[in-house]
Design a protein around this ligand. Sequence first.
Ligand SMILES: NC(=O)c1ccc[n+]([C@@H]2O[C@H](COP(=O)([O-])OP(=O)(O)OC[C@H]3O[C@@H](n4cnc5c(N)ncnc54)[C@H](OP(=O)(O)O)[C@@H]3O)[C@@H](O)[C@H]2O)c1
Length: 282
Amino acid sequence: MTDTILNHETVADWYDFSGRTVLITGGAGILGGEMACMLVGCGANVAIMDRDPSLADRLLDRLGCGPGCAVVVFGDVLKPETLAQAEEQVRAEFGPVDTLVNAAGGNNPRATTGADLSFFDLPPEALRFVFDLNILGTMLPSQVFGRGMAERGEGVILNVSSMNAFRPLTRIPAYSAAKSGVSNFTQWLAVHMAQEYSPRIRVNAIAPGFFLTEQNRFLLTDEETGGLTPRGRAIVEHTPMGRFGDPEDLLGTVLWLLSPASAFVSGVVVPIDGGFSAFSGV
Ligand SMILES: NC(=O)c1ccc[n+]([C@@H]2O[C@H](COP(=O)([O-])OP(=O)(O)OC[C@H]3O[C@@H](n4cnc5c(N)ncnc54)[C@H](OP(=O)(O)O)[C@@H]3O)[C@@H](O)[C@H]2O)c1
């Protein structure tokens, strides 16, 4: 028990990220970029890491508003040497990374079944690409940036899983299995960090529902008409809130999981899905 009375000021302090150093992999992407802007707005120093840093240009105006600061660094989640370079660069700029968001990930059209590509013909290299990007692409940054957390005895890691992890979606077997692996690894690392290093290191994940971004646009919207595909319509019909998510819909949960407000929460995967995962369809 503590003598502190929980009031507005204490709660506001939880969400003041001043002095925190956050690194976001795939930070130039749609969802990672939204998180970056929010965290700068909450005072954090944010390193946006991506394999194509120029993708972050569209965010620069919003990032410049502060009160925190942002840098854009090169780093490929599948190339440990580039992660080590990014770690050094960010440490020199802001100090050690105390918060890691593993947002890089995605599917691949060649690992997706369809009228002209059966499950039996999915090329091994496309399947491997999806497993590597999502699973290794979460594990390798957790090694590089988690090591410092283990040495200092504190830190927060947030992974990005998916609806696929709870029950697989049709057509995307590798992405479904890989995100299931991300959820499993989230639990594993939460236990490992707390038991082997410090109970002040927490590892959680979010499982976004359906957000229209570059990686799923080809499945959810018709390239020619811009209207929804039958799959896109089915998703909206199966979402009790009746819409796709907006990237901002993720932010409250992300903030909570990165902040001391969730100090006793580790190893969870939180759906942010407009009720999709709760709905039986009837
Ligand atoms: N959109 C959704 O509905 C949804 C739902 C559930 C989960 N998610 C997950 O949410 C995360 C963010 O997805 P998003 O929708 O924001 O997609 P996105 O806009 O494609 O963002 C992903 C970012 O990661 C980058 N990236 C890809 N490979 C990389 C690598 N090897 N090293 C470093 N960066 C790399 C991408 O760069 P390039 O553009 O160069 O590839 C892109 O900037 C992903 O893990 C995704 O699986 C998305």
